[in-house]
Design a protein around this ligand. Structure first.
Ligand code: NAP
Length: 471
């Protein structure tokens, strides 16, 4: 099937087959979506938390009912192994239930004692939030933003990544079928370059992006020009630090998962393995064995652990990063080549003797490529961990958890997981520092990003108590 430059195409990255094409939305369709979301918002904001929770819980149930269909759609459009796709839908359902249950607790007015008769802080919705979302977790990234934003009383316009239009439309369908007011969430099929005028529209009150740092800078600039709030979840180059006293077997096993889940296409995937010298050899041996045991192949097969990358250009960029790093002296322990005769597959790869100037260290690697760097001690490991423009997550392995907690405070990242792998959890805030972005998603912090924190003061002021006179 031929794809015109102006069209948005759904392409199966495992087979290169064009599944469907869509015309980008016209200016009239964009206007219709924004106007509809604004109307829906006016009625939605007046509903109680209990009323908002009804469709939110129904959405959770519906996602579970349709898990097979939605998971298959993700696998077909962006290559995620089907087992991971089903787990993603379940995570979405849990996220909906979490915010349905906890939004009122997070957003109830808080009384503050002042000289007023009564004063308090209230949390009011902002209006329509524009969500520019990525393809790597096509359902979860949207739910992670939408469940708290909707429970807070907002509406949303979704501009999803252009390679997952079918997922984008399925998400709109799921919200509608769950009973959210018509138009409260509308999907726009637009190329990234067409987004700026939408950000500038007065009815759009805030924008949230999950995507690359380059896109983050563009969206932040556009939001700044229009004086509106932005939350940015951008790239990451998470360190995975293994100190000399760590449980090496466990660290290597979890490290393999932390790097290769979703074929390595996660902002919080472990990317740079900073391993203490005395255990370096053992870690490399165990890690490579774990990587070589991963099953690569048809992502629709439930046994597959590594599917294709989501797009051929992403695979090409990863290949460049590996080749250049090897040319600069990195030691290829396994992988380092394409796989199969079609599709955007790349074999899980491990590079050792990596140095900070190599692309696999200096740039974000968005695919199944692990860079191993030896560190003399904990101090050097922390120094290397921070030697990056990013600051999203960090993994730290040691049996001495007291020392780990002290070291964690020196790591410049939004989250540090000690003896585990970084993951998002609705109960905990998620986000980064430096070029990984700003603002937080999930938890009470996330739901308060898209609200007006409103001070209410009720007079008359009470007379200030007389200060006791000195005897
Ligand atoms: P990307 O270009 O930043 O795309 C992310 C989203 O931004 C898509 O919806 C994209 O739409 C949109 N976009 C692109 N250019 C835009 C512009 N000028 N104005 C407004 N929106 C724009 O990311 P990608 O290249 O597809 O993915 C690779 C990189 O993204 C990775 O290296 C990683 O750093 C980052 N990423 C991070 C996360 C995360 O969870 N933090 C997730 C996925 C990707 P189109 O698809 O239409 O271009």
């Amino acid at each position: 099937m031929a794809v015109a430059a102006s069209q948005i195409a759904s392409i199966n990255p495992a087979t290169d087959e064009v599944l469907r094409t869509f015309d980008a939305h016209t200016r009239e369709q964009v206007e219709d979506a924004i106007a509809g979301a604004q109307d829906a918002f006016v009625a939605w904001r007046a509903r109680s938390f209990a009323e908002r929770a009804v469709p939110m819980n129904r959405l959770a149930a519906l996602l579970r009912e349709r898990s097979d269909r939605y998971a298959r759609l993700m696998t077909l459009e962006m290559g995620k192994p089907i087992t991971e796709a089903k787990a993603e839908i379940e995570k979405c359902a849990l996220g909906c239930e979490f915010f349905a249950e906890n939004a009122e607790r997070f957003l109830s007015p808080e009384i503050v004692k002042t000289t007023a008769q009564k004063s308090y802080v209230a949390y009011e919705p902002l209006g329509i939030v524009l969500a520019v979302m990525p393809w790597n977790f096509p359902f979860w990234q949207v739910i992670r933003f939408a469940a708290p934003a909707f429970m807070a009383g907002n509406a949303a316009i979704l501009k999803h990544a252009s390679n997952v239009p079918q997922c984008a439309l399925a998400i709109e369908e799921a919200f509608r079928d769950a009973g959210f007011p018509d138009g409260l969430l509308r999907t726009l099929l637009l190329a990234g370059a067409q987004v700026e005028p939408v950000i500038a529209d007065e009815r759009i009150r805030a924008v949230t992006l999950t995507g690359s740092s380059a896109t983050g800078a563009r969206i932040a600039a556009a939001a700044g020009r229009a004086l509106k709030k932005a939350v940015l979840e951008l790239g990451g180059s998470d360190p995975f630090i293994v100190l000399a006293d760590a449980d090496v077997a466990n660290a290597a096993a979890i490290g393999v998962r932390a790097r290769n889940q979703n074929a390595g296409q996660s902002c919080i995937a472990a990317k740079r393995f900073l391993v203490a010298d005395p255990i370096g050899g053992e870690f490399e041996k165990r890690f490579v064995a774990g990587v070589e045991a991963l099953r690569i192949g048809d992502p629709l097969d439930a046994k597959t652990q590594i599917g294709p990358l989501a797009r051929a250009d992403l695979r090409d960029n990863l290949e460049r990063q590996v080749k250049e790093s090897v040319r600069m002296g990195a030691r290829l322990l396994t992988g380092g080549k394409r796989w199969g005769d079609r599709g955007a597959f790349y074999t899980p790869t491990v590079l050792a003797d990596v140095t900070p100037d190599m692309p696999v260290f200096a740039e974000e690697t968005f695919g199944p490529v692990a860079a191993i760097i030896r560190a003399r001690d904990a101090d050097e490991a922390i120094e290397l961990a921070n030697r990056t423009e990013y600051g999203l997550g960090a993994n730290l392995w040691t049996r001495d958890t007291a020392t780990a907690e002290r070291l964690a405070r020196r790591i410049e990242s939004g989250q540090v997981f000690i003896n585990g792998m970084v993951a998002s959890d609705p109960r905990l805030p998620f986000g980064g520092v430096k070029h990984s972005g700003f603002g937080r998603e999930l938890s009470a912090f996330g739901i308060r990003e898209f609200v007006n924190i409103q001070t209410v003061w009720i007079g008359p002021a009470q007379t200030a108590q007389a200060t006791p006179k000195a005897e």
